[in-house]
Design a protein around this ligand. Sequence first.
Ligand SMILES: Cc1ncc(C[n+]2csc(CCOP(=O)(O)OP(=O)(O)O)c2C)c(N)n1
Length: 637
Amino acid sequence: MSLLESIQSPADVKRLPRSRLPELAAEVRKLIVEVVSHNGGHLASSLGAVELAIAIHYVFDAPQDKVIWDVGHQAYAHKILTGRREAFPTLRRHGGLSGFTRRGESPYDSFTTGHSSTSISAGFGMACAKALKKEDAKVVAVIGDGSLTAGIAYEGLNQAGGIPKRDLIVILNDNEMSISRNVGALSSFLSRTFSAKKLQELRRELGFFFKKLPRIGEDIYQLAKRTEESFKSFVTPGMLFEAFNFEYFGPINGHNIDHLIDILNNIKYIREPVLLHVSTTKGKGYAPAEKNPVYFHGCGAFDADTGTCRERKPAAPTYTEVFGRTLLELAAKDSRIVAVTAAMPEGTGLSAFAQAYPERFFDVGIAEQHAVTFAAGLAAEGFRPVVAIYSTFLQRAFDQVMHDVTLQDLHVVFVLDRGGVVGADGPTHHGALDLSYLRCIQHMVVMAPKDEQELRDMLFTAVAYEGPVALRYARGNALGVPVRPGFQRLEIGKGEVVRKGTDVALLAIGSMVHPALKAAELLSHDGIDAEVLNMRFVKPIDEDLLRSVGSRFKNVVTIEENVTDGGFGSAVLEGFARLGITNVAVRLHGLPNEFVEQGTPAELLRLLKLDGPGIAEITKAFLSETHSQPSLGTVHQ
Ligand SMILES: Cc1ncc(C[n+]2csc(CCOP(=O)(O)OP(=O)(O)O)c2C)c(N)n1
């Protein structure tokens, strides 16, 4: 029996002699590599946190003690050690274990995560709750150096450091990487401590600097130099965290379980906020991931022996790639175009732009709110910022979009990738809300392309437009339609009829236009002649088309890969209401007002009836409903 087979809960980890823990770590790693090689997942981050998970569960008493894994993408070892080893092969599959931590999944997952940088705030909330309840339990928040680039992390540190006698242990898991190399002043500050050579250089530089200061320089230098430790903390992150009233320890090697256990055993008795700085290697223990941590941050299936990708490259490029290439083409002709990402240059397709135009490319770290206001600043000075952020992450910057961009009518182009279901990452990551949260903002233009040709034209249109404008597209491969050279400027707020019909109108937006066409084809086999409209714009909605639809059809189905509440279908209904069109029955079809679970996008779209056959089925059911009860002017959801 392997060591791992004897582990059903953290109590079994605690029973092992310390000397056997490295063996346990090796077995955990092997299982992680094996499962992720089939299911895909956040391999490199989780491999880097194996020893950390073992040491935490060795020292603390979860679930009474609360452990929060920031983002939760590095928590595979934690899952395996907390009773989920047998279920681990279901990771990220439909109905299986989540790729992040989820309260509903296990009592050991004390907080649901997926979006970054929440662990300190949530952890401090728990610590305060424990104090109010007079419970003697510890709260441990594990946060990566990438996640520490978000403002909310400092809001948490600030509050935690301001209220005395609250226990919170923050473990900074520092691998010098976000998804890509970490960015910004903080990352270079943190990494200063890791090289003795660098420390010496710095000491020398600072020495020269201080000595040159008139009168007080020599004194400051002597003060700082008095002991090695004080000098170290003078130039190390200790200084930063101590300013927040945290007791700082580290940096220590995060792969040395013995050392980790010793230090955790010591700090768990401190009744003040503590920050333990741990140095780890992303991808640790699996050579391909250590070599290419960016690729293995979140990868698809791969061959575990060689580390090569198993997925065959499909013929059509992804929408992300089409966006990246198109932006390059446009940027070559317009030097006002600048690009902004929040720590996701690869994921949003901006890597080539970053290489071609390093001075016009800005990676702001995991700081979506800042990204938007920063872009507003660029726009205020006459640049044309293209802010590429996943739909789910732009949720964080709602107020910035309104207050800093639309209120001032600044020309910022928002490009939302992953609009709609994203697949295995599940409910934290589905882009289910953007059509709703963008279309309610004054002055915003919101559009969604039906294919890659339209994406190109929409980006061109958005860059040429003067004012706040957003376009959103789905995750995955485009349709493979032929793409003509050059660009066509689209008329704002104008859609098109893509299939003529007489019995029912299918009004679709973006990724749903093609499935709607398929549905129309299927419906024709049943003698139903459906018209399909590619509405292109959610805001402004094409009122001429709505008028035409209202005059010709009694039954309308709206189709969107967004929740129907406040989304595209709502825009159609509001349009009908404005135009006084009351004699149509409307079926709103889209994502439910529920959290959609994980699964492959195709699987989820099928289950949600948002593929061709599903839309045909919904339409048929709707038509038979309205035929049996011809109540006009009704809304069906
Ligand atoms: C708000 C938000 N923006 C972007 C992401 C995408 N994302 C997931 S993990 C990650 C990098 C995290 O880096 P770090 O915290 O250092 O963890 P590591 O993977 O290096 O262990 C990013 C940008 C996210 N999860 N949440």
